[in-house]
Design a protein around this ligand. Structure first.
Ligand SMILES: [Zn+2]
Ligand SMILES: [Zn+2]
Length: 273
């Protein structure tokens, strides 16, 4: 086998392995939070089976779009020393570890805010972003339910940043964990953080489910990913949303065509308590 063929094979395997890792990570994290939702707020996802199946299919397609560039770069890092990922913990002072995590999150948030805002313009929205908003309401499975164009805008971020900002693999692991967990929990339909946090001073700057919920209610606001900085600076921040509780089967049977008020149904109603 020529060296070119063996390199192509190794790159393909690396891309495949990374796709599987991203896909399995999604299934485990979304599955865990969906299970937690079922026990905390039974009935919240009732009647959404078809939507959740669709969310899973699109999310797994996104896993390949995320996994392929990541796999190519992981191969280049291992074999050719590409990127500024450093394996020796003492290459930089230890204080740089949390700083690098923050730099990645801020950079990702900035990229996300502006590409997300662009995708809310009429044409890009119809083409690339309507699919994500077709989840009404989104569930824990919607974390990566993106059109391939939108998935591509997300997939290039970390592979580009590793060429610019030095990071240790452990710090990168933290960044990816925050990315995955916040992606899932921001869509799961209830607030897992204590109200003191998301209503308090910290919540004025950090994005949790309550903030992203408003984006899914009103569309033209709350575009950020982790921080409210850009939304506040650009006057697109419209505060935190309310979780419209979904009726359980029993509540629906009682309702029989009447209009259910939010207060009538318990599921999700204690969000944030
Ligand atoms: Zn969303
Ligand atoms: Zn959006």
């Amino acid at each position: 086998m020529s060296s070119l063929t063996s390199a192509a094979l190794a790159i393909t395997l690396s891309a495949l392995a990374m796709t599987v890792i991203v896909g399995v990570r999604y299934l485990i994290v979304s599955g865990a939070f969906a299970a937690w939702t079922r026990s905390r707020h039974p009935g919240l996802y009732v009647g959404l089976d078809r939507q959740m199946r669709r969310e899973i299919v699109w999310s797994l397609a996104s896993a390949a779009i995320y996994g392929i560039p990541a796999g190519v770069i992981a191969w280049g890092w291992q074999h050719h020393g590409w990127t500024r990922v450093y394996a020796d913990l003492h290459t930089y002072p230890l204080w740089y570890l949390p700083v690098s995590i923050l730099l990645y999150l801020v950079a990702h948030d900035t990229w996300f805010y502006w590409t997300h805002r662009w995708m809310h313009r009429p044409r890009p929205f119809r083409l690339a972003h309507a699919l994500h908003h077709a989840s009404r309401p989104p569930t824990a499975w919607a974390a990566m339910a993106f059109h391939p164009i939108e998935a591509l805008t997300g997939a290039v971020v970390i592979p580009l940043l590793v060429f610019v900002i030095p990071i240790h693999p452990a710090a990168l692991g933290v960044v990816l964990t925050v990315m995955t967990v916040m992606g899932v929990t921001n869509h799961m339909g209830w607030e897992m953080f204590p109200a003191a946090m998301w209503r308090g001073h910290l919540g004025g700057w950090l994005i949790t489910a309550s903030h992203h919920q408003r984006h899914h209610e009103r569309y033209g606001c709350n575009y950020g990913l982790y921080f409210r900085f850009w939304d506040r600076l650009c006057h697109t921040d419209q505060g935190i949303g309310t979780f419209k509780a979904r009726p359980s089967r029993d509540a629906r049977a009682v309702d029989r065509g009447g209009v259910l008020r939010d207060a009538d149904v318990a599921a999700g109603g204690d969000a944030g308590r």
